[in-house]
Design a protein around this ligand. Structure first.
Ligand SMILES: Cc1ncc(COP(=O)(O)O)c(C=O)c1O
Length: 374
């Protein structure tokens, strides 16, 4: 469903370009869909990396969501500031990051914060620091189910002793497994389900071995948006789901995974700034306004020009080549759906908000910086 809502041209006239527009009504609909798919609001721990906006966190909290996931310490700061008390930082914390999370725990005494770990020595350092400060932090074992980005595989000899170390370490609360599977990109839902189910066997076997040793696995934090429909149907009571992109959706996921029924809720606004040749339209939408991710080819989908070729993408220019170029005049407005919304949001300081066809507000992209507190 890769469509953009109708917006009055009069309204768009006053919106600066390049910019990001968020349709608040669509965000609320996507959140409701996530809750309906999960079957229980308590099974959701949405990832805030996609939007990084305090205003969206407030919509999630209003919808009854009390668990959150983050990728950076700044995102945790934003969440804690919004009143979130149960946050998983799905990231291994090392170096000065250890002191920053300790400072956060001191600043927000009601915050229950969990991080991930896959390395015995850094786990020891985290435990030493937390116990020296009389603090407690949750740690999830980062389980590698095939992405091979971080984590230990469930059937590796390190997995069991590492979780046992987490469970025994002072200052640490054993919080379960972190299971992210961004490599599962089968376009067909049945094939995706089979691949996830295959990897799941080893996860359950590890869980069982640990439980036989008397250790508790309170949470299995699973997946992103493409595998969300799969885990939604799994019945283990410890499962929590961590989609992020679903809140805004984008043209990358929309075209790769036709089963996903979310609607694009964040679009870029751009204007024609030049018509350099008969078949070219140059837009003010450089790679500082829409992410250069994927690395080559199309970075944005224009529903009114679906076949336009994106031939140059510089810092402040996007050049489209299209046989329909003659339709466009300098100054014309186009709306496009980013192929990858997460890094695109982070390029903007503020977004224009349209709610049910009217501009209602502007929201800050709160956690686009690395540190919010100084
Ligand atoms: C660790 C982790 N969890 C969850 C997500 C959310 O995934 P998605 O963007 O597919 O919703 C991501 C995305 O990169 C991630 O890296």
């Amino acid at each position: 469903m890769l469509t953009i809502p109708e917006v009055s041209p009069l309204l768009l006239e006053s919106v600066f370009s390049p910019g990001l527009i968020v349709f608040a009504d669509r965000v609320r609909d996507n959140i409701s869909r996530m809750i309906a798919m999960a079957g229980d609001v308590n099974r959701l721990r949405p990832h805030c990396k996609t939007h990084k906006m305090a205003a969206v966190i407030r919509l999630l909290i209003d919808a009854g969501i009390s668990k959150h996931k983050a990728a950076t310490i700044a995102e945790v700061e934003m969440l804690a500031d919004c009143g979130a008390t149960d946050v998983v930082l799905g990231y291994n914390v090392v170096g000065p990051g250890v002191n920053r999370v300790a400072e956060l725990l001191k600043a927000f005494p009601d915050l229950s914060l969990t991080v991930t770990a896959d390395d015995s020595a850094s786990l020891q350092q985290l435990s030493d620091r937390m116990s020296a400060l009389n603090l407690t932090i949750g740690v999830m074992l980062d389980v590698d189910v095939g992405l091979h980005r971080t984590g230990v595989s469930a059937d590796s000899p390190q997995a069991l002793p590492l979780y046992a170390q987490i469970a025994a370490a002072p200052g640490i609360r054993a919080a379960g497994f972190h299971i992210y599977d961004g490599h599962q990109r089968q376009s067909d839902l049945t094939e995706r389900r089979e691949a996830v189910t295959d990897a799941w066997r080893d996860v359950l076997a590890l869980k069982q071995s640990l439980e036989q040793q008397g250790l508790s696995i309170p949470e299995l934090l699973c997946g992103g948006t493409p595998t969300f429909p799969v885990y939604c149907k799994f019945t283990e009571p410890e499962i929590c789901l961590s989609p992020g992109t679903s809140i805004f959706h984008d043209a990358g996921y929309g075209s790769a995974f036709p089963d996903l029924e979310f609607a694009p809720a964040a679009v870029v606004i751009t204007r024609v700034i030049s018509r350099p040749t008969a078949d070219r339209v140059t837009l003010d939408l450089g790679n500082k306004s829409v992410a250069a991710d994927p690395p080559k080819g199309r970075r944005v989908l224009f529903p009114e020009l679906p076949d336009a070729e994106q031939v140059i993408h510089n810092e402040e220019h996007l050049v489209l080549q299209t046989p329909h170029a003659e339709k466009y005049r300098v100054g014309d407005v186009l709306l496009g759906i980013p192929i990858h919304i997460c890094p695109t949001s982070a390029l903007h300081e503020d977004v224009t908000v349209i709610d049910n066809g009217r501009t209602s507000d502007s929201w800050r992209v709160t956690a686009r910086n690395r540190c919010l507190t100084h």
